[in-house]
Design a protein around this ligand. Structure first.
Ligand code: AMP
Length: 220
């Protein structure tokens, strides 16, 4: 199956779409945001430093994120599974680092899915977003179709839902600006490499998925 790299502004639905691909097609999902949040949850010294950076909406240093990503990718590839990378690259330097890593693992055949989302829609989604602490499923208390069936609880596993520490209005603005300034310029790089797939993420999760899954079989 085609390996995918997701690039998108905050709350475009990278995590949601990845989970849907995992469930339907058996992909392995690597989210650099999730890997960093796992380190924070361990309450280590490193976790506390990462938390400060994430809560400010800034980017964690390349070396650390790359190390975590590489370890995860090596294990997925040794299991012969297809992967989705969600949240990396976020800068031109990271795009170059990813090329090197994937070349060293003999996996240069990936496609980059760019999920385009308007500023106002991204802001509404971020401000209402609730995450399941146990399975990572995401909900929204401001969008009817994305509300949990029981307030504050995950439909899938029943665990408590919580706001992410970086889903505030102030941090959202920094994250969106960082995306426009650092991440959006790499879209052209992938376009010129014939790796780019453009997806309109202003639609419902189901409609976005219908669009994305056409590339699971069409792009080899
Ligand atoms: P996400 O879950 O993708 O929204 O990421 C949450 C936060 O984790 C980001 O706002 C960054 O602070 C940090 N982060 C995730 N991926 C990266 C990356 N590739 N490089 C640097 N920081 C990252």
């Amino acid at each position: 199956m085609t390996n995918f790299v997701f690039i998108a502004p905050p709350a475009a639905g990278k995590g949601t779409q990845s989970k849907m691909l995992v469930e339907k097609y058996g992909y392995e999902h690597v989210s650099t945001g999730d890997l960093l949040r796992e380190e924070i949850a361990k309450k280590t010294e490193l976790g506390m430093q990462i938390n400060e950076v994430i809560s400010a909406g800034k980017l964690v240093n390349d070396e650390l994120v790359l190390k975590m990503l590489k370890a995860k990718l090596e294990s997925i590839i040794s299991d012969n599974k297809s992967f989705i990378i969600d949240g990396f690259p976020r800068t031109f330097n990271q795009a170059k680092l990813l090329e090197e890593v994937l070349a060293s693992l003999n996996k240069e055949d990936y496609k980059v899915i760019y999920m385009d989302l308007d500023y106002e829609e991204a802001k509404n989604r971020v401000l209402g977003r609730l995450m399941c602490l146990n399975c990572g499923k995401s909900y929204n208390d401001k969008i009817t179709s994305l509300m949990p069936k029981v307030e504050g609880k995950c439909d899938s596993c029943g665990a408590l839902l919580e706001k992410r520490s970086d889903d505030t209005e102030e941090t959202f603005k920094v994250r969106f600006d960082t995306f426009i300034e650092n991440t959006k310029p790499i879209i052209e790089f992938y376009n010129s490499n014939n790796k780019l797939i453009n997806i309109d993420a202003n639609k419902s999760a189901e409609d976005i998925f219908k669009n994305i899954e056409t590339y699971v079989t069409e792009v080899k």
